[in-house]
Write a protein that binds this ligand. Structure first.
Ligand code: OGA
Ligand code: NI
Length: 349
């Protein structure tokens, strides 16, 4: 039995085999977006997306417009980077102030994740609050970090991100329509979007029974678009009963999930599902999520037009940038306190 550093060990109730079923009991929908070319089918696609957001908080899309070549190129390029010796990788290391770049010490809920990451902002530079203090209106401008080698790393990543962002807005419009709202209802929230994308590498793990690639969490964004390879490991918690089950890798598909902001905007109609990544002892795994985030100054709160006397707001508003900065600090290193969660903004009834 190989020893595993204590920092990686999950509490027994959060380990890979706890409360999970090995096969997907019901299929998470795989939605073919080429159907949007058929005017008679558009409404069906919109309602399938709406149902998936409500029932699962997850779905997959195929024929989504992100070219296979672009995806293949970024997958190959980032692998070259991650295979470099550590002294090369830490030249572009993330620091306490700027979350961009390479990092191998991410924590989810104060337990260390079995992974390495590389974070890239969609907007470069990006504007974010300079502190977690709600009274402090100071802002900071942060820049991406790029490795010297491989020399086309930056170009490959930016090309992929451009396509992913385009798709994110298409999906946002469809989600908006599925709620009976105007197509562009959410657009103003993204003038200075804090969106970023991440390369996750999960190395083989000697004790997949004790550690997780990513501990259970909800994404703090609006929606996430995840490209995963064929290894598998992503699991989600079922809305109806909390049972964990795997998301099957589908070639060239993207996994879409609802994040905290959309959950709050829809006053819990759409569900931000808890998910986690289990690791294995033989194969490394890569995934590339694109996280769609609003501008730092957006106050996230339930949308007025979805509220009624029977459906009063379930959340207080929160400034997105402040939430992001607080969360980021706790992802960077282990803290002594529980990190900030969306439930901290629930209205107590
Ligand atoms: C994440 C995440 C899932 C995966 O990075 O937030 O949930 O399959 N990743 O890598
Ligand atoms: Ni996630």
């Amino acid at each position: 039995m190989e020893d595993l550093d204590q920092t990686f060990i999950q509490a027994p109730e959060h380990r890979a085999d706890s409360n999970s079923i090995p096969n997907q009991p019901e299929e998470i929908p795989v939605i073919d977006l080429s159907r949007l070319n058929d005017p008679e089918d558009i409404q069906n696609v919109i309602s399938e997306i709406g149902d998936a957001c409500e029932t699962w908080g997850f779905f997959q899309v195929i024929n989504h417009g992100v070219p296979c070549d672009t995806r293949k190129r970024v997958e190959e390029t980032v692998k070259i980077f991650f295979d470099l010796p550590m002294e090369e990788k830490i030249k572009v290391k993330r620091d306490e102030v700027n979350p961009a770049g390479y990092h191998d010490g991410e924590h989810t809920k104060n337990v260390r994740d079995w992974k390495e990451v590389f974070d890239i902002y969609f907007k470069d530079p990006m504007v974010m609050p300079s502190s977690t203090d709600p009274e402090d209106e100071g802002l900071r401008v942060v820049y991406n970090k790029w490795p010297q080698f491989p020399s086309d790393y930056r170009e490959a990543c930016q090309e992929y991100a451009g396509h992913a962002e385009k798709l994110a807005f298409r999906l946002l419009e469809l989600i908006s329509l599925s709620l009976g709202l105007p197509k562009e209802r959410f657009h103003d929230y993204f003038k200075e979007q804090m969106s970023f994308f991440r390369i996750n590498r999960y190395p083989p793990c000697p004790r997949p029974d004790l550690a997780l690639g990513v501990g259970h969490h909800k994404d703090a964004d609006v929606i996430s678009l995840l490209a995963q390879d064929d290894v598998g490991g992503l699991q989600i918690s079922r809305r109806s009963d909390g049972v964990w089950f795997p998301i099957r890798p589908v070639p060239n598909a993207l996994v879409i999930n609802i994040g905290n902001c959309m959950e709050v905007w829809t006053n819990d109609k759409y569900w931000s599902a808890e998910h986690r990544v289990v690791v294995n002892s033989t194969r490394e795994r890569y995934s590339i999520p694109f996280f769609l985030l609003p501008s730092h100054d957006v106050e996230v709160k339930p949308l007025e037009e979805l509220l009624s006397p029977e459906n009063p707001p379930r959340y207080k508003g929160y400034k997105y940038g402040k939430f992001y900065v607080s969360r980021n600090r706790s992802d960077f290193k282990k803290l002594e306190i529980q990190n900030i969660q969306i439930d901290d903004f629930k209205v107590v009834t």
